[in-house]
Design a protein around this ligand. Sequence first.
Ligand code: B12
Length: 224
Amino acid sequence: MRSKEELIQELSDMVFEMEDEEIVETAEEYVQAGYDVQDAIMEGLVDGMSRAGVLFAEEEYYVTDVLICSDALNEAMAVFKPLLLERKEEADQRHKIVLGTVEGDTHDIGKNLVKVMLEVGGFEVIDLGRDVPLDDFIDRALEEEAELIGLSALMTTTMTGMKTLIERLEERGIRDRFKVMIGGGAVSQYYCDEIGADGYSEDAIEAVALAKRLVGESEDEGES
Ligand code: B12
């Protein structure tokens, strides 16, 4: 049997090298070996995508290449997702979060990972998709009586939508009704503080801990 590290490295390489068909077999081998699926996602698939991102920035990879990398990531995710959902936490009260990538931004790989992890963590996720008009987040959150709004942005040109959304919540006198959490490659804790969002996390696993904290479920924050 191949080691966990070897398979994780192969998963990363297969995303990076656009092996969107062969990756399924490696993902299945990983699952059959009984290794932790979350590690394969974060240390394998996301790592491969980050490496592709470097070549994209250097213009060695084109949009079409990066799209095949993301296909490879999605193919492996299709193998991992059912296993993740098997360990879905059962909650007495299912907290609702309206999630999406902000207006003008079509990057949704990270947002989709956050969605799966939140579902595994026991949240009900209303996924609005990508390139979502800012008012849609607010209208839907009101309609669904969601407690959280989760915003993703990968570009410096679109992250400003997060600030605008918070301003609109304030203008409508409903800022206190929702906790706004943000993430995505373009943003940071600094930006979160600057725009008055309620929380930022740098990856999909941390996003779950953050969401729990924001709805007052986390142990270390106590009752709130
Ligand atoms: C894949 C990709 C694409 C794919 C998107 C496919 C898809 N369906 O998503 C394609 C090829 C279509 C694409 C298009 C473009 N892209 Co692009 N893309 C990328 C790339 C290489 C990887 C992004 C990614 O998926 N990373 C992997 C995921 C897992 O990471 P993540 O998204 O950051 O998510 C993690 C965390 O951030 C967090 N998270 C994410 N969302 C949220 C939300 C919440 C609430 C929380 C708590 C956490 C959280 O959890 C996730 C998992 O751990 C990045 C490079 C990079 N370094 O980011 C460029 C990048 C984002 N793209 C860029 C650009 C410029 C473009 C284009 C304009 C290119 C063009 N010339 O056409 C278009 C834009 C189209 C548009 N209007 O949106 C730039 C943005 C520059 C900037 N700073 O503004 C980047 C940074 C590349 C670069 N260095 O130049 N892109």
